[in-house]
Design a protein around this ligand. Structure first.
Ligand SMILES: NC(=O)c1ccc[n+]([C@@H]2O[C@H](COP(=O)([O-])OP(=O)(O)OC[C@H]3O[C@@H](n4cnc5c(N)ncnc54)[C@H](O)[C@@H]3O)[C@@H](O)[C@H]2O)c1
Length: 339
């Protein structure tokens, strides 16, 4: 069993359930090649050998000590690549590419303030994916996710290899936080709480559907409003608490790992795997929107849609759409204007 871990200064970092022997053995049989491009926390956070997030000095390079002593899941990862000239080797043959590359927020910044730097990074890396592993599932963590997913889609379109069922904006941290906060208030086990979080991944575009929470929970309206606001601003709470030292790392690593393990499970034939993600969508008049998705061997098998929502949630969806549309357009325009 892996030990439980928690980094208390990270809002929403759950106590991770230890892997059972079955799960650990299963993880050795993964039939997928996964590459993490712009490696940081994802390689190191869940490892008892490296309880603190590592900060590699070069892009693509996991800390050697972590690689040597990492638990079985992490040993599946490749040898570590040191720069853009090695991107083709890094990506060839990949089934899943996870991209957390880019700059994180500093206090006072919105996710959109990262656009200028991260848009180019994501466009460059996804162009390499389109060339060297066009069939891979692409999981984008780099912010602003509301724009980096349209960027990825447009880059894949430019290369003539676009498949909307294989491009995912990783919003799982919003679900992890919502589950943790609801569990805290209702004295429940966070691992057994499931709050779908739809919309996008920034401020008021993050829409927790507490009315669809399992198990069912009720809150008076004032508490519901406060709880919703806390889920929407939890990332900002972490950025402020870290006072210039970055954004969520351990909780993001947990959330990223959860999403990727779910995807790999579904690709390997597990049935009934559902995760929310920001994807190409026809559920609203926004061209991209996060909703629960049934995952399968080829990526999105079925978009499960928004479902029945309360009037409070309906109002949040309506209010989020103009901001979402603007962020999406900004991403699309960026690729159109790229040389
Ligand atoms: N989706 C989410 O829920 C979520 C949560 C937390 C952080 N984030 C985002 O993830 C991104 C990374 O955050 P972090 O805290 O890990 O930052 P970090 O500074 O700790 O790590 C960023 C990494 O990206 C690498 N990098 C930079 N430019 C690169 C390039 N051109 N090619 C390859 N690698 C490159 C750096 O070398 C570094 O290792 C930020 O954009 C942040 O906003 C998203």
């Amino acid at each position: 069993m892996w030990p439980r871990y928690r980094e208390s200064w990270e809002v929403g970092a759950p106590e991770a359930a230890p892997l059972s022997r079955d799960e650990a053995e299963q993880s050795q049989k993964v039939l997928c090649s996964v590459e993490v491009v712009g490696v940081t926390c994802l390689l190191t956070a869940p490892s008892p050998a490296c309880p603190r997030p590592a900060r590699p000095s070069h892009a693509f390079r996991p800390r050697p000590a972590c690689r040597r002593r990492s638990p079985p899941q992490l040993q599946h990862l490749g040898p570590g690549y040191l720069g853009p000239e090695q991107l083709p080797d890094c990506l060839k043959g990949c089934d899943v590419v996870v991209i957390p590359a880019g700059v994180p927020r500093k206090p006072g910044m919105t996710r959109d303030d990262l656009f200028n730097t991260n848009a180019t990074i994501v466009a460059t890396l996804t162009a390499a994916c389109a060339q060297h592993c066009p069939e891979a599932m692409i999981c984008i963590i780099s912010n602003p996710v509301n724009s980096t997913i349209p960027i990825t889609a447009e880059v894949f379109k430019k290369h003539g290899v676009y498949n909307p069922n294989k491009i995912f904006g990783v919003t799982t941290l919003d679900i992890v936080r919502a589950n943790a906060f609801v569990a805290e208030l209702k004295d429940l086990d966070p691992a057994r709480v499931n709050v779908p979080v739809i919309g996008g991944h920034a401020g008021k575009t993050i829409i927790p559907l507490i009315s669809q929470c399992t198990p069912k929970v009720e809150f008076p309206q004032d508490q519901l409003t406060t709880l919703t606001g806390r889920i929407q601003e939890a990332g900002t709470e972490v950025v402020k608490a870290k006072a210039g030292a970055g954004s969520a790392t351990l909780s993001m690593a947990y959330a990223g790992a959860r999403f990727v393990f779910s995807l790999v499970d579904a690709m390997n034939g597990k049935e009934g795997v559902v995760e929310c993600s920001f994807v190409k969508s026809q559920e609203t008049d926004c061209p991209y929107f996060s909703t629960p998705l049934l995952l399968g061997k080829k990526g999105i098998e079925k978009n499960l849609g928004i479902g029945k929502v309360s009037p409070f949630e309906e109002k949040m969806i309506a209010e989020a759409i103009p901001e979402l549309k603007a962020s999406i357009k900004k991403g699309e325009e960026f690729v159109k204007n790229m040389k």
